[in-house]
Design a protein around this ligand. Structure first.
Ligand SMILES: [Fe+2]
Length: 240
């Protein structure tokens, strides 16, 4: 499996605190069926893109070296989780923030109330710049529960939706669970990821999480969302 959304890189956001935690999460991922993990630290400081990229790449090099030393053959790739805001409209080139230097860009929005027009404007800016946005965990936004029309507007555009496996398993509550299962079974969402933040609670052990998955989610859904679509993303192939 390929996990395209994780906060496994150490000391760069609210994910892994140190290199030991990163190594533990990588080992857990590999031993639980994940062969490729994309490191997607939160990114919101659009004035300092290059200093973020420099720090991220340096830490990826350190982690790669540590994984070799520990003989953990997990393939780790670069990415980021962009926090969408008006800042994106005036930001410099964002190429270094895509997943594995592809056209695909993982994005999140404010979890609280927001203007739907703004969201569409931010997505259109990314599309105009030639990126294909992936909206992380749509099931976690209260606004989208109240107003499904924004999802329709998003799906009118070449934008992908990525559901968190914890939401499917009910860890984020009944509302997000229902919406997550609905989006997967109706093929609105074609991506599932861990969004792992730590080794214990929001962890990287995909096989363990799959044991708890509700019956509505089929083996074909899992293959599509955790293997086939993510493979196209990291290889920068067409999906939509
Ligand atoms: Fe995340």
């Amino acid at each position: 499996m390929i996990d395209i959304h994780s906060h496994v890189l150490f000391d760069i956001d609210d994910g892994a605190h140190d290199i030991e935690e990163s190594i533990e999460m990588c080992r857990d991922a590999y031993e639980n069926g994940c062969k490729t993990l994309v490191l997607t630290p939160h990114f919101f400081d659009f004035k300092h893109i290059q200093s973020f990229v420099k720090e991220r790449n340096h830490k990826i090099d350190i982690l790669k070296h540590a994984l070799r030393e520990e003989e953990i053959p997990l393939n780790i790739l670069s990415g980021a989780e962009l926090f969408l805001s008006n800042k994106i409209l005036t930001a410099d080139n964002l190429d270094d923030l895509t997943i594995n230097d592809s056209r695909y860009m993982l994005c999140e929005m404010p979890l609280g109330p927001f203007e739907t027009d703004n969201v569409l404007m931010w997505f259109d800016e990314l599309l105009d710049r030639g990126y294909t946005p992936i909206l992380a965990h749509p099931e976690r936004y209260v606004v989208l529960h109240q107003d499904f029309s924004l999802i329709d507007e998003i799906l009118d555009r070449p934008i992908l939706l990525q559901v968190n496996i914890d939401s499917i398993n009910g860890k984020n509550g009944r509302g997000p669970q229902k919406m997550a299962i609905d989006m997967i079974t109706r093929k609105f969402a074609t991506l599932i990821a861990s969004d792992a933040h730590d080794p214990i609670y929001r962890h990287t052990r995909l096989n363990q999480k799959l044991e708890e998955i509700p019956d509505e989610i089929t083996a074909d859904d899992i293959r599509l969302c955790l293997e086939q679509t993510p493979l196209k993303i990291i290889n920068n192939q067409d999906i939509l």
